[in-house]
Design a protein around this ligand. Structure first.
Ligand code: PLP
Ligand code: ZN
Length: 401
């Protein structure tokens, strides 16, 4: 049982209302459970496989879920990069290991299940790529149509390939992500499609399980969670989940929530660093990390709360820092991620070098999407393969043996 509650005016809305923002004041909605009526389910959870659905007592879904076995992603100890930075307890939660290759699957298994629960039969989103790939996949599993709007020419090829192959109706907008989102939001309100961007509070319910899993894997609450921030849904989701665990008495501390953005697309960082009450949108965000190329983050007000309430911080990293960390994760740790994902670890490096965080902390970086999502950016950074004649002498000579 849950209510939808406005984060600003605290108005409560019924389970059957299909709304994405507060009809009274326009602010974001959040899913609120009657936690007093829930027995702390820790022992039950430990008996289930590590996945989004291990935590179903804290999810709103009552119908059989639309699932492709999302979650249960590995938590890797970053031994080499950690050692270089002088941090013993540095971890990466590899969300690229989800079914479609990004954490969006955690939100979509819950979001598409909720579409069915609420009786909606067409789903839609705007996307910098991964949301569309994930929605296309879960809509296919649910046997319902999906409509996805992409900013033309700005989506990594692997993500477009997924959206197309899984059978979504893919529309390219001659505009940026923020414009695509405004259009699909209006379309959903006027034509009854079900909106599955992260303004939809149920998406965040699935995504909060990243935090639950990391705590279960570490058997402790880390001192700090570090996430790349685009629309700021994920950082808000992880924080919300941890508040619920604390309210249930299952953890007694909260990690410092830390958001990393690309320098060319950093409205949340600016708001944190300048102490602004709200973000000032950026008109022309630009970064190689297309998944976080977002100028007007939808969940900014939730993210600012998450960062401020936990004594966290936010910082921006350059595209060069992002790409250097993408290579370091690939070559020193064997972890293949897309550029936006590398931003979290690049952000830790920067914060350590600035003396803004402590080397004794236990730090979990969320690396959000798989390397193969954006092969063009990978190829551009690497030497091409050495082409030789098909004989052993050429091979030995090419290898310099
Ligand atoms: C969606 C996405 C992000 C940004 O997450 P938000 O919830 O929008 O802040 C970061 N990295 C990848 C790979 C993503 O797909
Ligand atoms: Zn309100």
């Amino acid at each position: 049982m849950y209510d939808l509650v406005c984060v600003d005016c605290h108005a409560r809305f019924d389970q059957t209302d299909i709304i994405y923002t507060c009809p009274r004041c326009g602010h974001l909605l959040t899913v609120e459970y009657d936690l007093a009526s829930i027995e702390p389910p820790g022992a039950v959870w430990q008996q289930r496989p590590l996945s989004v659905w291990r935590y179903r007592e804290l999810l709103p879904v009552e119908v059989p879920p639309v699932t492709l076995r999302e979650g249960g992603t590995p938590l890797y100890h970053l031994e080499t990069i950690g050692e270089e930075l002088g941090i013993r307890s540095l971890y990466a939660k590899h969300e690229g290991m989800n079914p479609s290759g990004s954490f969006k699957d955690r939100g979509m298994t819950v979001g598409v299940s909720m579409a069915l629960q609420l009786g909606r039969r067409i789903v839609a989103c705007a996307s910098t790529g991964n949301t569309s790939a994930s929605l296309a996949m879960y809509a296919a599993k649910a046997k319902i149509p999906a409509v996805v709007l992409l900013p033309a020419g700005k989506v990594a090829v692997g993500k477009v390939a997924q959206a197309l192959m899984h059978g979504a109706r893919v529309i390219s907008i001659r505009g940026n992500f923020d414009q695509a989102l405004a259009m699909v939001h209006e379309l959903c309100l006027t034509h009854g499609l079900y909106l599955l961007n992260s303004v939809n509070p149920f998406r965040l319910e699935g995504q909060k399980t990243i935090g639950f899993e990391a705590i279960d894997q570490l058997s402790r609450v880390p001192d700090r969670f570090v996430l790349p921030v685009g629309n700021a849904g994920n950082i808000s989701a992880v924080y919300k989940g941890l508040i619920e665990l604390k309210t249930l008495g299952m953890v007694d501390s909260l990690p410092m929530m830390t958001g990393i953005q690309a320098a060319g697309s950093a409205p949340v960082v600016r708001a944190i660093q300048e102490g602004l009450p709200a973000v000032v949108p950026e008109k022309n965000p630009e970064t190689v990390a297309t998944a976080i190329r977002i100028g007007a983050p939808v969940n900014a007000e939730k993210a600012l709360t998450a960062i401020r309430a936990t004594g966290g911080t936010a910082t921006a990293v350059s595209d060069d820092e992002i790409l250097a960390m993408q290579r370091a994760l690939a070559r020193k740790e064997g972890i293949g991620v897309e550029p936006a994902s590398a931003a979290s670890v690049a952000g830790v490096k920067r914060l350590i070098e600035e003396g803004a965080i402590d080397r004794d902390e236990c730090i979990v970086c969320v690396v959000t999407g798989h390397l193969l999502k954006d092969p063009d950016t990978v190829i551009r950074q690497c030497e091409p393969p050495t082409e030789i004649d098909a004989d052993i002498a050429s091979l030995v000579s090419a290898l310099g043996l």
